[in-house]
Design a binder for this molecule. Structure first.
Ligand SMILES: CC(C)(COP(=O)(O)OP(=O)(O)OC[C@H]1O[C@@H](n2cnc3c(N)ncnc32)[C@H](O)[C@@H]1OP(=O)(O)O)[C@@H](O)C(=O)NCCC(=O)NCCS
Length: 191
């Protein structure tokens, strides 16, 4: 069994350590991090999985961004502890968080990553959507949670600068409800 929880401040140091373990040194120098700096994350979608020893074994995060004035969810990073990779935990977090994103009313999601992995969740290359350089355009992938949501959406990926949106996200992040939203889940047995 695992415990699935939205990330809270108490989880963050352990999740940061997991990210440091899973990604190359200097990950926060990536251009995608400049889109996240100073912007509250989409807290209900930032999920972590703890195992029976209460260790964080997998985590996923989301931030709001804008493309062509439209709100977009930026997925990532997602990381699974090296000792637990290939057991379906990454796929579980992807599917669970994307389902929750749809329930929250988000229409479109993007990420920068390997198409051979993310294609299985429906992500495909986004033409005309430009991440801050240096980013390989072949790794800029999108998913529609609402049919047609990416049609005609083009342009640079920008930080979410709306004070209203930031304030709303910060309020959700600080909510006590998040701390009480943990559920127990079975070990996934499929990718
Ligand atoms: C990528 C990652 C999140 C996948 O999570 P996971 O729990 O190990 O993966 P799952 O068990 O859900 O899926 C395993 C499948 O994905 C494939 N896979 C994993 N990483 C892949 C990649 N980068 N490219 C293509 N396929 C990949 C595996 O080969 C396996 O394929 P199979 O289903 O045909 O056997 C995890 O391996 C990880 O944290 N890696 C290091 C950090 C990273 O690269 N994060 C993603 C970049 S944003």
């Amino acid at each position: 069994m695992y415990e699935l929880c939205p990330e809270t401040d108490d989880d963050t140091p352990e999740i940061e350590a997991l990210m440091d373990l899973c990604f190359a040194p200097g990950r926060t120098a990536l251009s995608s991090y400049r889109l996240r700096d100073g912007v509250p994350k989409v807290a209900p979608l930032c999920l972590c999985l703890r195992d029976e020893t209460d260790a964080v074994v997998a985590a996923i995060r989301y931030w709001p961004v804008r493309v062509g004035e439209r709100p977009v969810l930026l997925l990532g990073p997602v990381a699974v502890h090296p000792t637990a990779q290939g057991e379906g935990l990454g796929a579980f977090l992807m599917r669970e968080s994307l389902a929750r994103a749809g329930e929250m009313g988000w229409a479109r999601v993007m990420l920068v990553g390997d198409a051979p992995y993310y294609g299985r969740f429906g992500f495909a290359r986004l033409d005309g959507v430009v991440m801050p350089p240096p980013t390989n355009p072949d790794r800029v992938l999108g998913l529609e949670l609402v049919s047609g949501a990416w049609v005609g959406v083009r342009g640079d990926v920008l930080r979410e600068d709306s004070p209203d949106v930031r304030a709303a996200l910060a309020e959700i992040e600080a909510s006590v409800d998040l701390r009480q939203a943990c559920i127990e889940v079975e070990a996934p047995n499929q990718h």
